[in-house]
Design a protein around this ligand. Structure first.
Ligand code: ADP
Ligand code: MG
Length: 693
């Protein structure tokens, strides 16, 4: 039987139960999902060099003739080393493989191969360790670009490439077997290639130009698919509590400060929504420190004083606790019961809390996703507030909303708080159904976090600076781009993105400094700073362990906290005065801006140091320089958007790691700088399509 997009992957040759399970971990259960499992990057193997001319440490391709057969030698503990010599016209080199004894059967004396790997020169010796080997065969040209896929245990690059090739060949042989989502007219108007061409080229690109054509089409498709979904949602006709009294003076008047104009406007927007009888769907977005909490409190207060309950859900226990500590005293003074519910609330306390929620004596409940638990019931849930919505799956939010009412024609109000200042242009598309209240005005008297861009040459001075901060009792954040060491040598999607900015392939192939990994960097720093307490936190840790480290940093028990971007979400440590970002060129500007907002929260002068080896004058360096001169999150967001496209603003399941959240909107490819225009056209095309019966 011919395969289709819906055929389970087990039907493909070479996929048994074990491999099917491995593929499922990658989110691949059908042939269609296999073809939509896009590479995360490409190895550029077209860069063929003469073996004697390449400097040590450079990754390249070499076309070499095997001068010997492969000899296998057993080492300790069952390790096997395989060796051979090979040469081209310029010279010869030694090639070794570890624990691949079977390589002996695929390389033969006198035959020609393409080896791709990093060349090491030691004295007069040239070495290639564990290169990729491809036989040179007549009439079978080798590809210049080779896809590199996100993998999981038991699933190799080779296997994925083979399965994709097999599936594509079979589907292309049956016209129409690959579903084309985009109508011909839309494709013609937007100059987009057909789906079979795009899928073939994204997996097996003959060259960079074809790859760009394929990516453009697939990005458009993702936007289109998303916009179709949004357009099809239609208007929400459900009812929501109509609040009669939206006066917030009793809450606001006693505050030790006056609200900013933006805060006042946001609260007025919310009051209008809550008294309309229609469900509020509002997004309050604003820089760190713009004062979102009090806006949320005002919404909660209006809800509670009208006899309804408000649930405020924060993504982490620390944040929930912080909100609780800030807000509970305000509410209690006004006679509104306010309680905290997180995973670590003791069973006995929880047992007392649940009935108080169910009978309505608790007006405001603040917590984590522990709020979603089945046995949590409300008397009359009127408003759900999600802080930092990027961290919640759609499912989690829906689960909480579902607690509002059993009547399908009734729902509750929803308020979302986001610390990513989202440019209006983009928000319209991404959150078409959300009304926006931007907090684009900072409370007066905020200190500016002086920002510097430095290169590796400053390392010693930088360490001395950390030491100086710690010596006076201040704390330091160090943010790294990745969790663990990544194997180098391949072109990543990030690099392809640079390519799309007009870099040439040669620039791309420059050996790059390895991105700093949080775990190893923490131990390096601990050595460089004897006597200083250095902690490490990253997204691959268990939530409880993560919280424990963060808490001890907040409590001043650590001097330096090395982390991935998990600290991006609003933890407040006023004693932290220095933010260092390693490999800063790898971050989006909005992300850097958020990280910078982690310091400067106390009275002490704070600063932010962006460490990058991006050459002065390069695009990457110019981007970083924006951080030195601009402190307005919305301006930075607009700049980021025009430079990098909307990728950084799109909700992801997790802060770091390639965690796949089903049902979560993911634009896997969306990162080109051309994205905004594409997004606009895709949305318009989808709106047109939705109008048709
Ligand atoms: P974020 O938007 O990052 O959540 P917060 O709501 O935590 O910001 O506010 C940061 C700090 O600013 C808090 O200590 C808060 O009390 C204070 N704050 C909020 N609004 C104002 C204002 N209008 N004037 C002065 N301080 C304010
Ligand atoms: Mg906040």
């Amino acid at each position: 039987m011919p395969i289709t997009f819906d055929t389970p992957v087990q039907y493909l040759t070479g996929v048994g139960e074990a491999r099917a399970a491995g593929l499922a971990k990658l989110g691949i259960t059908t042939v269609g999902q296999l073809l939509y499992h896009f590479p995360r990057g490409y190895e550029f193997r077209g860069n063929v060099q003469a073996v004697a001319t390449v400097p040590s440490g450079e990754t390249a391709s070499f076309i070499l003739v095997a001068a010997t057969d492969v000899s296998n030698t057993m080492l300790r503990r069952g390790m096997v080393i395989s060796r051979l010599r090979a040469f081209d016209e310029s010279g010869s080199c030694e090639i070794t493989f570890f624990n691949q004894p079977y390589i002996k059967d695929s390389i033969h004396k006198g035959c020609e191969y393409r080896f791709y790997g990093k060349l090491i020169v030691e004295g007069s010796k040239r070495l290639l360790n564990s290169p990729v080997v491809e036989p040179i065969e007549e009439n079978k040209p080798l590809p210049n670009l080779v896809a590199v896929y996100p993998l999981t245990a038991g699933i190799t690059q080779k296997l994925l490439a083979k399965l994709v090739k097999n599936a594509l060949d079979q589907l292309i042989a049956q016209p129409g077997a690959i579903p084309e989502l985009l109508p011909d007219k839309v494709r013609a108007e937007n100059n987009l290639c057909a789906i079979s061409y795009a899928l073939t080229a994204i997996h097996f690109p003959p060259d960079f130009d074809t790859l760009s054509i394929a990516k453009r089409r697939l990005i458009f498709e993702e936007f289109y698919r998303f916009a179709l979904g949004a357009a099809g949602r239609g208007e929400d006709t459900r009812r929501a509590p109509m609040l009669a009294d939206t006066d917030t003076a009793p809450l606001i008047a006693p505050l030790p400060y006056t609200l900013t104009g933006a805060q006042t406007r946001a609260i007025a927007d919310i009051a209008a929504d809550l008294s309309s009888g229609k469900p509020m769907r509002r997004l309050v977005s604003g820089d760190v420190g713009s004062g979102k909490t009090i806006v949320a409190a005002a919404a909660a207060y209006m809800t509670a004083k009208n006899g309804f309950q408000c649930a405020l859900m924060a993504p982490t226990e620390i944040l929930a606790t912080q909100h609780y500590n800030d807000l509970a005293p305000l509410f209690e003074k006004l006679g509104i019961g306010c309680r905290l519910l997180t995973g670590s609330i003791k069973a006995a306390e929880r047992k007392k809390l649940l009935p108080a929620l169910a009978d309505g004596s608790v007006g405001v409940i603040i917590g984590t996703h522990a709020l979603i638990t089945e046995d949590v019931r409300f008397h009359a849930l009127g408003l759900v507030i999600c802080d930092e919505q990027h961290r919640f799956g759609v499912g989690q939010r829906e689960a909480l909303l579902a607690k509002a009412s059993d009547d399908p024609s009734v729902t509750c109000h929803q308020l979302t708080m986001s610390a990513t200042p989202i440019p209006r242009t983009l928000a319209m598309f991404l959150y078409g159904d959300l009304a926006m209240s931007p907090l684009d005005e900072m409370p007066p008297g905020r200190q500016r976090v002086e920002t510097f861009v430095v290169n590796e040459g400053y390392r010693e001075r930088l360490n001395a600076f950390i030491e100086k901060q710690c010596a006076v009792g201040n704390q330091v954040y160090v943010v790294c781009p990745s969790v663990e060491e990544i194997e180098g040598g391949e072109v990543t999607m990030e690099d392809i993105r640079l390519f799309d900015f007009g870099y040439d392939a040669e620039e791309l192939m420059r050996p790059q400094s390895k991105p700093k990994a949080a775990v190893t960097w923490a131990s390096t720093l601990a050595e460089a700073l004897p006597g200083r307490r250095v902690g490490c936190v990253h997204g691959k840790m268990k939530a409880a362990d993560k919280d424990a480290v963060m808490r001890s940093f907040a409590a001043g028990e650590l001097d330096v906290l090395v982390s991935t971007t998990v600290i991006e979400v609003g933890v407040n440590v006023p004693n932290a005065t220095l933010m260092i970002v390693e490999n800063a060129e790898r971050f989006g500007l909005s992300q850097l801006h958020q990280l910078r907002g982690r310091v400067g929260r106390g009275a002490a002068k704070s600063c932010c140091v962006l460490v990058s080896d991006a050459k002065s004058g390069s695009t990457a360096r110019q981007r970083l320089d924006v951080m030195r001169t601009t402190y307005d999150g919305f301006k930075i967001a607009e700049f980021d958007l025009s430079e990098r496209g909307p990728g950084d603003f799109i909700p992801r399941g997790e802060a770091d790691g390639d965690v796949r959240q089903h049902g979560e909107l993911r634009f896997r490819l969306a990162n080109l700088c051309e994205d905004m225009k594409l997004l606009e056209s895709a949305v318009n095309a989808a709106k047109e399509a939705a109008k048709q019966p």
